[in-house]
Design a protein around this ligand. Structure first.
Ligand code: ZN
Length: 234
């Protein structure tokens, strides 16, 4: 085995972990976004319930105004009735007063219905706010855990990067350059074993010349198909 291979394998193991940790770190903001999205549905339910309560309150106010207008009218008609000397006018005014009175009763019935609806609406709003609160708490916990994980991953990355640097220091520059170039390009591995006369990276058959070169182990041997550095499992 070429003397650089064990060192390169150690470096590669660190590089693979660095790559995985970087991937994990990059995915954490996505997970945080997904966690926050859980709030959207509950927030929407609270908004809808809150709007329904406001609309009911507006309806009640409007009914109360209508009642007030009619009561003012009734008061005015009663004054007119008090002052009149004519029997037919008195009767006509009485008829009007009765009509307004009936309208007021009807409006008040409607007001009672709306009051009931308001009570139910407020209870529903409270329920939905509680659910939102629970979800918010859960999401906050998730976000906190993800923050902590990101911190952990960053720390681990620093440690492994330092290890990698230390391991790479004694390796010849051109060997390290070749390794780094292949690892960057392939993404998974730059140094792979030859097994059953096949490249452990691309699984293509390895030609006889390459096998001989591997056995001599005087210089690094690359797979003719994918360019990865090969080594013999001894
Ligand atoms: Zn190959």
């Amino acid at each position: 085995m070429h003397p650089a291979i064990p060192k390169l394998l150690q470096i590669q193991e660190r590089d693979q972990r660095i790559r995985q940790l970087q991937k994990d770190l990059k995915d954490i903001p996505n997970q945080q976004t997904r966690a926050k999205m859980q709030l959207a549905g509950d927030q929407q339910a609270v908004d809808a319930a809150s709007l329904a309560v406001k609309e009911t309150e507006v309806k009640i106010k409007s009914i109360q105004l209508d009642v007030q207008t009619r009561q003012t009218s009734i008061k005015r008609l009663q004054d007119q009735q008090f002052e009149t000397r004519k029997n037919d006018e008195f009767a006509a005014l009485g008829h009007e007063i009765k009509r307004y009175g009936e309208e007021v009763s009807k409006l008040e019935d409607g007001e009672l219905d709306q009051m009931e609806a308001l009570e139910k609406g407020k209870a529903s709003l409270k329920e939905k706010q509680a659910k939102l609160g629970e979800t918010q708490k859960r999401v906050n916990d998730e976000l906190k855990a993800l923050d902590e994980r990101a911190e952990g991953v960053k720390k681990r990355l620093e440690e492994i990067t330092a290890e990698r640097k230390e391991m790479a220091a004694p390796v010849e520059e051109d060997v390290l350059d070749l390794y780094t170039r292949i690892f960057t390009k392939k993404g998974d591995a730059a140094v792979v074993p030859m097994e059953n006369a096949q490249c452990g990276g691309c699984h293509m058959k390895v030609v006889v010349g390459v096998i001989q070169s591997l056995k001599q182990s005087e210089h690094l041997t690359q797979c003719e198909s994918c360019g990865r550095i090969l080594y013999l499992v001894e």
